[in-house]
Design a protein around this ligand. Structure first.
Ligand SMILES: [Zn+2]
Length: 268
């Protein structure tokens, strides 16, 4: 007991100093005006590193939005129309705060395990399995599903359900880790342990690496697919460019817009 107590005494000041130093550095970054975050509307000296390994210019020091959240919010706000029913699976705070406050829409957040989300204190989150959804056919106008399908063992079932609950003229925005060097998606159901998934897929809770055939998976259940730019587009948006920023063009056929994050994933 004496040893443990002594360790706490010796350790705590160092942790506090490190944390204080980090927060102090972030406070300085927050005061800059070189980059603009479309999620929270604040400017900063730069975006902060994030990821493993860390990528530079990713996380907003004000609202924690990542580059993919800025891309998605920039696009989502353009396609939501007054009166829309909007479904947001596995809601990320940086997006949820913005979408939920769009006037004159019906916003539904859903997660397979809502208890894991701190957002539950702000608005209700429906407990829902993306492969077996509780809503009637053609219920939603817009669905936002970001960094979800690479965790779902039966992503075909998830896609079929997304197609079922979206209106015929609805829009889905999805975003996935994606390896452009792979022609075909790689998945092996025999890989089940977190350690093996980390080694093979690059993250302990991923079950596949999507390849260039990802749009075909969406098309196979009846979606038309367009693409957005990748994360590099907004890694460090200069503040003077922010008001005129436009997302990459989608194809004319796009009834559904799908965006693919370029991920650096170890090979197999
Ligand atoms: Zn922000």
């Amino acid at each position: 007991m004496g040893t443990t107590f002594a360790n706490i005494i010796r350790t705590a000041p160092r942790v506090m100093i490190r944390r204080g130093g980090r927060l102090g550095a972030e406070a300085i970054v927050r005061r800059g005006n070189r980059v603009y975050c479309v999620c929270c509307g604040n400017t900063s000296m730069r975006f902060l590193p994030s990821g493993a390994p860390p990528r530079p210019n990713v996380r907003c020091p004000h609202c924690d939005a990542l580059d993919r959240h800025r891309i998605l919010w920039g696009r989502v706000r353009e396609i939501i129309r007054p009166g829309d029913r909007v479904l947001h699976f596995a809601p990320e705070a940086a997006l949820a705060h913005n979408i939920a406050h769009v006037p004159n829409i019906d916003y539904t957040a859903a997660d397979v395990d809502p208890s894991g989300s701190h957002l539950e204190t702000e608005f209700p989150i429906v407990r829902a399995d993306i492969t077996c959804q509780p809503w009637r056919d053609g219920w939603f106008d817009v669905i936002v599903v970001s960094h979800v399908l690479e965790h779902v063992p039966d992503d075909h079932a998830a896609l079929r359900e997304l197609r079922r609950v979206i209106k015929p003229d609805g829009r889905v925005i999805s975003h996935h880790p994606f390896d452009p060097g792979r022609e075909h998606t790689f998945e092996d159901p025999s890989i089940t342990t977190p350690a093996e998934r980390l080694r093979v897929y690059g993250q302990a809770d991923h079950v596949r690496i999507y390849g260039r055939d990802l749009p075909d998976r969406w098309r196979s259940v009846g979606f038309a697919v367009g693409t957005l730019g990748d994360a590099a587009a907004l890694e460090a948006t200069p503040v003077h460019d922010a008001p005129t920023w436009k997302p990459a063009a989608t194809t004319p056929e796009a009834g559904v817009t799908t965006s693919f994050a370029r991920a650096s994933i170890p090979g197999t």
